[in-house]
Design a binder for this molecule. Structure first.
Ligand code: CIZ
Ligand code: SF4
Length: 319
């Protein structure tokens, strides 16, 4: 604990000395979330992170999250220095959607609007018409459907299917999944619900269909957070990365939060509902990137100029 406080103070001093701002995702460790808030940065979902980084006056952004979040920050602010605590922090959705395979998929379906989730590489975004996050995906696909468009969706199959069911849009889905949300289990969740009849069930739409069906609220991380803060219930069962509970506890201190069961909840896996790549972010990484310039994100400028169009289209839509 004292060592953590020391590291935190050192990281805070470096942020100040380098005129840098820390942009953290809800899924990173408590210390990084707290440090971001204490030093004028933000703790947010990927949509709000992208906006915050773009609009902040600081010329150095430290992005605590996974690689696509750092890339999006760089694409939106090519003139800023974007650093990450660990460049190896990736995402199974990004890994499962290689740009060349994706380009062939798009080439085979030129009649469709290409809509990609934020959790993709810069090269995949360069090929897309729209980027979406889970906060705005429903509204954007509904808009495309209403204007008579067919959609090619990548990479998360669960989120794609959920949006397809909600909107009735004609969507062709890539077969990707998040290794964290894919592990939530419906049978175990039903048993847990039976033990907590008053609990409100919050599910991220990257989860399997049977789990989404049991939800009282299906939504993005920021929508789940809002549901806990505003909800009348005392107990909440949360099906997303369990690190979000840190922010939930801060914003809704009187509420009881219960982790939704995963396939791996066992003696060998105490906490499966935490992204191994988000977990690579730590205070030491923040210090190293600020002290030594380690972990700088570079995006090929040509790819960046192509990719920024689909991100700007989303940001204009939600503005
Ligand atoms: O699962 C993720 O990586 C999420 C929810 C990202 C985000 O904030 O949209
Ligand atoms: Fe990717 Fe899932 Fe980790 Fe989010 S939680 S970064 S979607 S693997």
């Amino acid at each position: 604990r004292p060592q953590r406080e020391e590291l935190k103070a050192k990281a805070a001093a470096l942020l100040k000395a380098k005129n840098a701002v820390l942009v953290s995702h809800y899924y990173v460790e408590d210390d990084l979330q707290d440090l971001a808030l204490e030093t004028g940065g933000c703790v947010a979902d990927s949509l709000e992170m992208a906006r915050f980084g773009r609009d902040h006056a600081s010329q150095t952004l430290v992005v605590a999250g996974v690689r696509f979040m750092g890339e999006s920050a760089k694409i939106l602010s090519p003139g800023k220095r974007v650093l990450m605590p660990d460049l190896d922090a990736t995402c199974s959705l990004d890994l499962g959607c290689p740009p060349d395979d994706f380009a062939r998929f798009c080439d085979a379906h030129p009649d469709r609007q290409v809509v990609v989730y934020a959790n993709t590489s810069a090269a995949v975004k360069a090929r897309a018409d729209w980027m979406v996050t889970s906060s705005c995906a429903l509204a954007i696909v509904q808009h495309l459907k209403d204007s008579g468009q067919k959609v090619l969706w990548a990479p998360d199959k669960h989120l794609g299917r959920y949006i397809q069911q909600q909107t009735g849009a004609d969507m062709l889905l890539w077969n990707g999944a998040c290794i964290v949300h894919d592990e939530f289990r419906a049978t175990e969740l039903e048993l847990l619900k039976a033990d907590h009849p008053g609990a409100m069930v919050l599910v991220h739409p990257e989860s399997p269909e049977a789990v989404v069906k049991l939800a009282d609220v299906v939504g993005s991380t920021s929508q789940m957070l809002k549901a806990v803060v505003d909800g009348a219930a005392k107990e909440y069962i949360v099906a997303t990365d369990n690190q979000i509970m840190h922010r939930m506890r801060q914003l809704a201190p009187g509420k009881t939060l219960i982790e939704a069961p995963t396939a791996g909840n066992s003696a060998t896996c105490k906490s499966c509902a935490h992204c191994p790549w988000m977990a690579m972010n730590g205070l030491q990484g923040v210090i190293d990137c600020l002290e030594r310039g380690a972990g700088e994100i570079h995006v090929d400028p040509t790819i960046g100029r192509q990719a920024v169009r689909c991100i700007d289209r989303m940001l204009d839509f939600v503005a």
